[in-house]
Design a binder for this molecule. Sequence first.
Ligand code: 26V
Length: 808
Amino acid sequence: MTVNPALQRSLQTLADSILDTLVHRIGKDAQAALPHDWLAATILTVRNDIVERWMASTKAAHAAGAKRVYYLSLEFLIGRLLRDAVTNLQRSGEVSRALALHGVDLAALEEIEPDAALGNGGLGRLAACFMESMASLALPAYGYGIRYVNGMFRQRIDDGWQVEMPESWLAHGNPWEFERRESAYFIGFGGEVIATDSGQVHWSPAEAVEAMAVDTPVVGWRGEHVNTLRLWTARAFDPIKLDRFNAGDFSGALADQLRAETLTRVLYPNDSTAAGQELRLRQEYFFSSASIQDIVRRHIQYFGDIRTLPDKAAIQLNDTHPAVSVAELMRLLIDHHEFAFDEAWKITRATFGYTNHTLLPEALESWPLPLFERLLPRHMQIVYAINARLLREARGVTGIDDRAIAAISLIDEGGERRVRMANLAFAGSHSVNGVAALHTQLMKKTVFADLHRLYPTRINNKTNGITPRRWLQQCNPGLTTLIRDAIGDGFLDDAERLIDLDVFADDSAFRERFWAVKRSNKVALANHIKDSMGLRIDPDALFDVQIKRIHEYKRQLLNIIETVALYDQIRSHPERDWTPRVKLFAGKAASSYHNAKLVIKLANDVARRINSDPSVGGLLKVAFLPNYNVSLAEQIIPAADLSEQISTAGLEASGTGNMKFAMNGALTIGTLDGANIEIKDRVGDDNIFIFGMTADEVEVKRASGYDPRSVIDGSNELCQAVSAIASGVFSPDDRQRYAGLMGGLYEGDWFMLAADFDSYATAQRSVDTRWNDRDAWVASTVRNVARVGWFSSDRTIREYARDIWTVM
Ligand code: 26V
């Protein structure tokens, strides 16, 4: 290969500056440097380039007097950043060759970067995809959240059981972040509210902490625009009480600092109903107050007059976790800027938008009123005032009776009085959106039916999306190159151009290349599984994958039971032409969620038994991959053939994994739930395996008295599989282990596994049939890739920008 001398010089310059950073910033020379030192030096060097673009973006937005978008989210599941940054800067080749001059492998460095897991699942990953898309679309935006020292726990599997270990993503420092010591705010809690003679109200909190900003740059595609992710960390105003320290009370001297730091120490697990409630509410207020104060300060600094806030700021509430922001902005407007209630309310409503992400009743946040009042006495008064106004408005509308009034109220009066955060977010926003078409419909029909009657134009739909940079270009370079060779570069800027690939489904030479890319991704995953778990899987088998949080409504149990039924069938009919399958599972269960943890154990027990049974002759293998996170998803998804999206219809708001798999050439087996419906509409009925009841059918069946026992007894396959599990076939060491879990199916089966089982098993057999017709299979997968460009988060963000934020 001939080397261009100019290029050679610029590579040498980059290599020199990485070495210079290593020596002067990290304090190591090339001989002493460990991989983490090289990683830090590389990030710091690349960061220099980013910082310049960042400052330019900020200045341009300022000069244009642009409206800014503020995305408030208690979770950001950003994962690793190095590969994301260098790809978006289009510098991967260059950085990789410069490092090679030092004998360092960029890919190896990328692999040791910690995975920033400041979120639980879909909601947090959506926030991260949105941040990347907003930067790619050059939309001036800030993400606001909490800088948890310990994010999502690390999952170990011990003897098949999940064990939660603390994850310390900051152990080696974080070269991406910038502390902004000057951007710090007073956050008060408790105390009392005093009315002054002039009619003003004064809140005097009993305690206070300081919120300090820590900023991370978010690089858009092609590096043309860089936004800010601003995460708050808590510290004490008075980090050490010297008098106490000198008196020998060392821990007392540091107690305030410890208490403050505890606030931003850990991410709360969703699905957890456990203690820590008060700390969670404190976290929500802490980050909401800091963010709102920061937004108001910036607005006044740039535009002078707080009245124009809605013209220059759009604040999006990612679920109800930041909903107390509504009361906080009202407080600042009324108590600090001396607005009358009505004017403050107008500004507030025009500024906020609220996104709902789940209809599960246990996930609808509400706070015991005494707790809310004790921690936030002034906000409690404001909530009452908002409520009075809301209910006055409601009473004036015909058809709204006492029952509807009770449902609309911000206060739940049934039993212990509670503050309803969803109602507060709804009332305080001009837009309330769902995340897929069905979910939005159900919002109108169920949880928000009465609020919807009162404000019939407020609820709207914004179907979720995923960033194609991370979820195609970066995680699947083989497929990206193949697509590029076929249709050119256009899809990198506009994912909907993937449609040009559609005709290639009929091109047999292209299909062969497509198949080869998939196979090489499968070999890479098989190697990873062999190295990490010692399990050998056949890359020519069908890789059937279910990866997501473990939750009963997502029905991993349905998949496991069908696996057991298949195992049974293979053993009874060894003469049949079975399709070799590898069943892959990964996901975390909330630490307090007993049944979810038992499902993990069951997957592992089933895997152990099947994988060691010579009579299935390698036709079936099962693996539960530990510690599911963004980075593991990036490895698994490009290697998947079949994507399991099998929630009980009506319960999965959208799903976004479904989109990632389809974009990487896996076919979906799924219910008519969430975004699966819209995926089906786009890829076509022939290119997806749909089974089971619709949301309407689920509702009817529940209402008419569902009897799972008769369903189980009526299905041979299901009955045998359930009995085998219940009687301890897979748990010889504790035969009773799954008796309760299986008993739950007979006794209630809330998620209706039994009702959907036969239809699911039948769909799985049509998967086998399609798989055995390789041409038909690959043609379908090509059509999936070609037709799911619409699920780019760029499209989603454009819709938010146009309809909700009125920017762009
Ligand atoms: C929060 C809580 C709070 C405490 C009590 C239990 C509980 C349960 C769940 C949650 C949060 C769930 C919100 C969430 O992650 N929703 C997911 O959002 C994705 C992005 O819109 C969407 O694709 C998934 O379907 C939806 O489950």
